[in-house]
Design a protein around this ligand. Structure first.
Ligand code: ATP
Ligand code: MG
Ligand code: FE
Length: 343
């Protein structure tokens, strides 16, 4: 069966086509297309919800067309339409949900609303070397930072999460006050490669808290204080400050992930979400896990941030696991706030 996936929760419009295979075989990605609105929102220093919704409207059908062309399939071949039901911006979500339901109604096929974070979580299954259950998942995105125990599709137990900012937010906010634009995570990471990570002593919040929770709000304040202290010198020391900031974030992420492995006794880690693209995080985690004989899986680099492939994939895996009830009433709703444990 062919599943069309539509992602529109924030500032990326993503569409993809996957094909489910026999039981026990991972679904196959046939084509995907993406449009990022980053440039449009950059002038405002953050995502403007109304502009995001309007741009999703403009992009979603051309992207769908492109995915069909790439895959050599016709719209009529699609057997299920999946869309991101939440969490995310309400208006942005409604665009994807509305288009998905309209397409499905016209095709007379069912629709399925997918949890955005389940999409991120299952995105490593799109890689050439997919993980096996069970594993510890480190979900690090722009809006979430969670450690989970994952025993199978739909079997997610929260081990710990951030009590304030997400890891991606820590990257973005620090980058913003260093004048690196929005979202500055990738720019901060790039600059950090030229800096000295030991140059500034920044806090590692909750590192020794004994639980698996995170806190990044204090780090951002410490970066701000350091930047102010540097004054005119900031420009010359920016790479050092970026490297020190990245080291603080990565340090906490790696140590808490190791603690989660220890407390669960599991020997496999899956990293997902935009911050999973961070090279420093990957190399530190790889090194620490190699020492302990633990396997680490990542999504492909271009599938770490939002995309339609992970939505189609999550739908395919839920259907295969017998967990999803695709709908035919086309009465869609969206869930701007929606905890992963609730599904
Ligand atoms: P959520 O999925 O929680 O709703 P989101 O969809 O906005 O949030 P993602 O698309 O998964 O988040 O990831 C975007 C985040 O990843 C941004 O905060 C961005 O700065 C960060 N990011 C992307 N690449 C890197 C990198 N190389 N280093 C650090 N951060 C990065
Ligand atoms: Mg985004
Ligand atoms: Fe996301």
């Amino acid at each position: 069966e062919l599943i069309l996936g539509i992602e529109s929760s924030c500032d990326e419009t993503g569409v993809a086509l996957v094909r489910t295979r026999e039981q026990g075989q991972a679904p196959e990605l046939l084509a995907h297309a993406l449009h990022s609105q980053i440039e449009m929102h950059q002038a405002y220093g953050g995502v403007v919800p109304e502009l995001a919704s309007r741009d999703h409207i403009r992009r979603v059908l051309p992207l769908t067309q492109s995915v069909l062309e790439q895959s050599g399939h016709a719209l009529a071949d699609v057997g299920l339409v999946a869309y991101t039901r939440g969490p995310g911006l309400a208006g942005a979500l409604l665009v994807g949900a509305g288009v998905a339901c309209a397409l499905a109604a016209a095709l007379d096929v069912p629709v399925l609303g997918v949890h955005h974070l389940e999409g991120h979580l299952l995105s490593p299954f799109l890689s050439a070397d997919p993980p096996q259950f069970p594993f510890v998942a480190l979900l690090v995105s722009g809006g979430h930072t969670q450690l989970m125990r994952v025993d199978g599709v739909g079997r997610y137990a929260l081990l710990g999460e951030t009590i304030d900012d997400a890891a991606g937010e820590a990257f973005d906010k620090s980058a913003k006050l260093m004048g690196l634009g929005y979202p500055g995570g990738p720019a901060l990471a790039r600059l950090a490669e030229e800096g000295d990570a030991q140059a500034f002593r920044l806090p590692r919040p909750l590192l020794h808290s004994g639980d698996l929770d995170f806190s990044f709000a204090g780090l951002k304040t410490a970066v701000l204080t350091q930047a102010r202290k540097l004054g005119d010198e900031l420009e010359a020391r920016k790479a050092d400050l970026a490297a020190s900031t990245q080291a603080a974030i990565v340090d906490v992420l790696v140590k808490k992930t190791l603690a989660a492995l220890q407390s669960t006794g599991l020997r496999r880690v899956v990293v997902a979400g935009g911050v999973g693209a961070n090279r420093q995080l990957r190399s530190r985690l790889d090194a620490a896990c190699a020492q302990r004989g633990v396997r680490v899986h990542y999504p492909e680099l271009h599938l770490c941030t939002d995309n339609g492939a992970m939505i189609a994939m999550a739908a395919a895996m839920r259907v295969q696991a017998g967990l999803a009830q695709p709908q035919r009433d086309y009465l869609f709703d969206v869930k701007p706030r929606w905890a992963l444990e609730e599904i």
